[in-house]
Design a protein around this ligand. Structure first.
Ligand SMILES: [Zn+2]
Length: 453
């Protein structure tokens, strides 16, 4: 057994981790040329290739995937007969959603109140900093074989890596896969994310007139496409806020940790006096039941709108699909529902966009046991099993491509990070503690894997 200087070593590496993260956050790696120049993603990839080579990986390289994004792979050899661990991250980020909404510059890592702010500080560049810190702490003394896979278009949902994985199974095959695009239930509460909701998106277009018509001369009798769309969208929930898509079960119950409503109100930035939705517990609503969210509506904005009845209106709807439900059937149900509730015989066209199946992670095995031990040791308390309302379709691809691999979701993204929102941040103690979890996991896993089972 090693004398455990790991924790101290990692503490000493934290200034370096902050430097890494500051450099990564400075790259505007949104994988969408309409929002950020592709050169920003290229700079991020170049940085990763250097950084992972610097911590001892070899053959670190970028592969162009089907959607034009680049996936980064690399490898480091451990002892003979050691197991192989694949470390996942993504290196693209969400758009800032309005620079004005940020209290500090979006692309400059800024410390405030003990947290580090900037787009991608947590999701997912904080997890990259965690990987680099863990590997740096272990140095040449790697207890297992390490592989990395860095996705370049996770936030776009364009599926480049999902197509890449089955085609490059040899390059990525592992005994355990750590999908590090998740995080703890709360700061200081070690957590495994054991289930993910899937998703099914649709875009619905409603048409009723061949041109906009004056609301004074025609309003009252002319079929209003926007009014029809609003009526259709309103049928997706009941008065209590429960999802009411015909044919979808919305009564699931979450078996793991309870999500206290008070904490959810804080985590969810819910305004005082405004109700939480649904008839179940919060954990049921966000982890075990479907949820339909209108992501956007195309109609005239208030500024510049005129006294006209709209001939056409469009909405994108995002349906979250809990474990146990098939994402394609759920998408079908949503399409059928919207078609059925359209009023006044308006013309309805529904486009099916991305869908991804829900996922259930590993809950036994040497990797699982080693992870629980490492988390308990790092945080000094028991591990919480949580779901994640969001989806990572890639997890399902990993499961299908590597059916024997243990797949676990961990990371530095706890609720206060406000990932995807303005003012995203990361708690540096989570990077430090989770890097320690990761490094000590790799050692414990090697030992458990070698022990007779
Ligand atoms: Zn992410």
């Amino acid at each position: 057994m090693h004398t455990d200087t790991l924790r101290d070593d990692i503490k000493a590496l934290m200034p370096r981790a902050k430097g890494d993260l500051a450099e990564m956050v400075s790259f505007r790696s949104i994988h969408d040329p309409a929002q950020s120049p592709p050169a920003e993603c290229d700079r991020m990839v170049d940085w990763l290739i250097e950084a992972f080579a610097d911590v001892g990986l070899r053959d670190v390289q970028a592969h162009v995937t089907d959607d034009g994004s680049r996936a980064v792979t690399g490898f480091a050899e451990g002892p003979l007969d050691a197991p192989t661990v694949l470390l996942y991250f993504h290196h693209d980020v969400q758009p800032p959603l309005g620079d004005d909404a940020w209290d500090s510059p979006v692309w400059t890592l800024t410390e405030r109140g003990g947290r580090w702010y900037g787009r991608g500080a947590a999701d997912c560049k904080g997890n990259i900093a965690m990987h680099l810190t863990a590997l740096r702490a272990l140095g040449k003394d790697l207890p297992v074989n390490i592989k990395i896979i860095g996705e370049g278009s996770e936030e776009q949902g364009t599926g480049g890596l999902e197509a890449f994985v089955p085609k490059h199974a040899d390059l990525l095959a592992a005994d355990t896969i750590l999908v590090c695009d998740a995080g703890n239930f709360a700061v200081g509460v070690p957590s495994l994310t054991t289930s993910l909701r899937g998703l099914a998106n649709v875009v619905v277009t409603v048409r009723s007139l061949s041109s906009p018509m004056h609301s004074g001369m025609f309003g009252g009798a002319a079929p209003d496409a926007l009014a029809a769309l609003i009526a259709m969208l309103a049928t997706l929930r009941d008065d209590a806020g429960n999802t009411t898509v015909r044919g979808l079960d919305a009564t699931g119950v979450w078996p793991g940790v309870d999500y206290p409503p008070e904490q959810f109100r804080v985590d969810g930035n819910v305004l005082a006096g405004v109700d939480l939705l649904g008839g179940g517990r919060v954990s049921d609503m966000v982890w075990a039941r479907p949820a339909a969210t209108v992501l956007g509506i195309d109609c005239p904005p208030v500024v510049g709108s005129s006294a006209a009845i709209q001939p056409e209106a469009r909405a994108r709807i995002n349906l979250r699909v809990p474990p146990g439900m098939d994402a394609v059937s759920a998408q079908d149900a949503l399409v059928d529902h919207l078609t059925a509730v359209a009023p006044w015989h308006v013309h309805v066209e529904i486009e099916r966009e991305a869908n991804g199946q829900p996922f259930t992670g590993t809950n036994s095995g040497p990797g699982y046991e080693a992870m629980l031990d490492s988390m308990r040791a790092a945080y000094g308390r028991d591990v919480v099993m949580q779901g994640q309302g969001g989806s990572i379709p890639l997890c399902t691809v990993f499961q299908e491509t590597f059916p024997d691999a243990e797949i676990m979701l961990i990371g530095v993204e706890e609720p206060l990070c406000l990932i995807h929102a303005p003012n995203e941040s990361v708690d540096p103690t989570e990077i430090e503690n989770m890097a320690y979890v990761e490094a000590s996991f790799l050692r414990r896993y090697a030992e458990r894997f070698a022990a007779p089972r």
